[in-house]
Design a binder for this molecule. Structure first.
Ligand code: PGA
Length: 218
C-alpha cells in the first residue's frame, strides 16, 4: 500500500462563512506526518473558495466534487460537467447511496457519470453499498459504504469491512476504502485492516478539528 486515502464528504452543508471558519481551523490543526492522501469534497458552490485557500496556504490536500453531470458541455440546465469540475478538483464521488436513493441514480447513469469523469481527467471515487454492485470499467478507487452505517453512529465492523474489500478486489485491482460513521476514535481500526486503503468521512468531517484528528489518528 502506497498511502491511505482520507476523504471528507462535506455533503450539502456549509455556507461561505462556515467554509472560511472550517478552512482556517483546519489549517491550524492539520498535520499530515504519515503521507496520507487527503481529499476534501465540498459542495460545488464552495469548490473555488476551497481551491483558492488551499493554493494560497500550500496545504497538501486534494479536492473532489460530490457529483458530476452525465453529459459534457451543453444545454443541460443546472448540471456541472467534468470540464468545469477539472478547473478545481481531481476527484469526484460517484454512486453515493444518498444520490442513488434520493435522486434515483441507477447503474446506467452512474456508468455515464464515470465515463464523463474519466474523459475529463477526473478520478472517480466509486461508492458501493455491498460487494455485488456494478462497478464501471476503469474505476480504481471503490468505497464500501453500507447504508445502515451512514450517519447512524453504528459503523460496520472493521473485520466485515475488510472481508467486503477482499471480495471487491476479486473483481478488479481497486483501492478499497470504508465509509460509514468513521470518527477520530475508530479510524485506526479501519486503516489498520490489511485490505482497506482508507476511509470516507461524512458527519465527523464537518468539524474541522475532528477531521484533523481523524488524519492524525489514521
Ligand atoms: P458518515 O457519512 O460519516 O456521516 O456516516 C459517510 C458518507 O456518507 O460518506
Amino acid at each position: 500500500m502506497e498511502s491511505s486515502f482520507i476523504v471528507a464528504n462535506l455533503k450539502s452543508f456549509l455556507t461561505l462563512d462556515n467554509a472560511n471558519e472550517w478552512l482556517n481551523t483546519f489549517k491550524n490543526s492539520f498535520k499530515n506526518n504519515k503521507n496520507l492522501k487527503i481529499i476534501i469534497c465540498p459542495p460545488f458552490t464552495l469548490l473555488s473558495f476551497f481551491k483558492k485557500f488551499i493554493d494560497e496556504n500550500n496545504l497538501e490536500v486534494s479536492l473532489g466534487a460530490q457529483d458530476i453531470s452525465p453529459f459534457g458541455q451543453g444545454p443541460y440546465t443546472g448540471e456541472i460537467n467534468g470540464i468545469q469540475i477539472k478547473d478545481f478538483a481531481d476527484y469526484v464521488l460517484i454512486g453515493h447511496s444518498e444520490r442513488r436513493i434520493n435522486f434515483k441514480e441507477d447503474e446506467q447513469l452512474l456508468t455515464q457519470k464515470t465515463e464523463q469523469a474519466l474523459a475529463n481527467g477526473l478520478k472517480p471515487i466509486f461508492l458501493v453499498q455491498d460487494s455485488q454492485a456494478k462497478i464501471p470499467n476503469r474505476v480504481n478507487i471503490v468505497v464500501y459504504e453500507p447504508i445502515f452505517a451512514i450517519g447512524s453512529g453504528s459503523p460496520d465492523s472493521p473485520k466485515n469491512a475488510n472481508s467486503i474489500a477482499i471480495e471487491l478486489k476479486k473483481r478488479g485491482a481497486f483501492d478499497v476504502l470504508y465509509g460509514g460513521s468513521v470518527n477520530s476514535a475508530n479510524v485506526k481500526d479501519y486503516t489498520s485492516e490489511s485490505d482497506l486503503e482508507g476511509v470516507v468521512v461524512g458527519g465527523a468531517s464537518l468539524e474541522a478539528e475532528e477531521f484533523s484528528k481523524i488524519i492524525q489518528n489514521a
